[in-house]
Design a protein around this ligand. Structure first.
Ligand code: ADE
Length: 247
């Protein structure tokens, strides 16, 4: 997968070169290119923002640098076109489902807004030649899109074939499809079996794989009911067995 990020703070994206995603890049599974939006300004002050039409607080990102940046990073005659992701608190919610969808794409371009956002016409014009998704990572307001890009790229990058070893399979993820779909993961333990007088739940030492799976599901259901009752509401009743219902 190729990823381009356009931002006025390229250094904010440096963590993409570290750890799992850094390894993925070294191994050629992922190519990340970060671009400074100010390269596409033409004035001495390298201006990227201006006051909003209609008045109001804050500043709006000017369309001209964005138009030139997008035309350079993703030329209009490039085939195929990338998918453009614009992080914004007013976007559709970014979920594991969206991450799975984005992981299938060969090329993503991220446009990081700052201030009150990017002039609407940039998003409209880009939408005439590429798929545009405005995405929010949650109901809170960040200072700009950069941290949201880190979140989205990490969630998508770890789903790419070959990025995770088998040992960290994505199949058990809290929001992965399958028997544990939409359940939070329960508690986990490692050696020693007794630490400061606290025992690991004996079932985990029993070697009874079916009983362990049943125990893990119970733990996941209890934790989800307690912390995220909204997820329990949305569970498909057909996926609950009698034991689940008795909890
Ligand atoms: N930019 C500012 N806040 C954001 C959020 N919650 N999600 C995505 N981008 C943002």
């Amino acid at each position: 997968m190729r990823i381009d990020v356009i931002t006025i703070f390229p250094e904010y994206l440096e963590p993409l070169g570290v750890s799992l995603l850094g390894k993925a890049q070294e191994r050629g599974l992922l190519q990340v290119h970060v671009h400074d939006l100010r390269e596409w300004t033409t004035d001495a002050h390298r201006t990227v923002d201006d006051t909003p039409y209609g008045g109001g607080p804050g500043m709006v990102m000017k369309p001209e640098p964005w138009g030139r940046a997008l035309d350079t990073v993703a030329p209009p005659d490039a085939v195929p076109q990338p998918r453009l992701i614009v992080p914004t608190p007013s976007g559709r919610l970014f979920t594991q489902e969206v991450a799975i969808e984005l992981a299938k794409e060969p090329w993503l371009v991220f446009a990081c807004g700052r201030y009150e956002g990017i002039d609407r016409r940039v998003i409209e014009e880009a939408g005439t030649r590429m798929r545009v998704d405005e995405l929010s990572i949650g109901d809170y307001v960040l200072a700009g899109g950069e941290v949201a890009v880190l979140v989205i790229v990490e969630a998508v990058g770890r789903l790419l074939p070959g990025v995770l070893g088998n040992a960290d399979s994505v199949a058990d993820d809290s929001f992965a499809p399958g028997p544990m779909a939409n359940l939070l993961e329960g508690p986990v333990y490692t050696k020693p079996a007794n630490w400061r007088g606290r025992e690991v739940p004996p079932i985990l030492l029993s070697g009874h794989h079916a009983q362990i799976a049943r125990w893990r599901r119970d733990q996941a259901l209890r934790r989800t009911a307690e912390r995220r009752p909204d997820l329990i509401e949305r569970l498909d009743p057909a996926l609950l067995d009698e034991h689940d219902r008795a909890l």
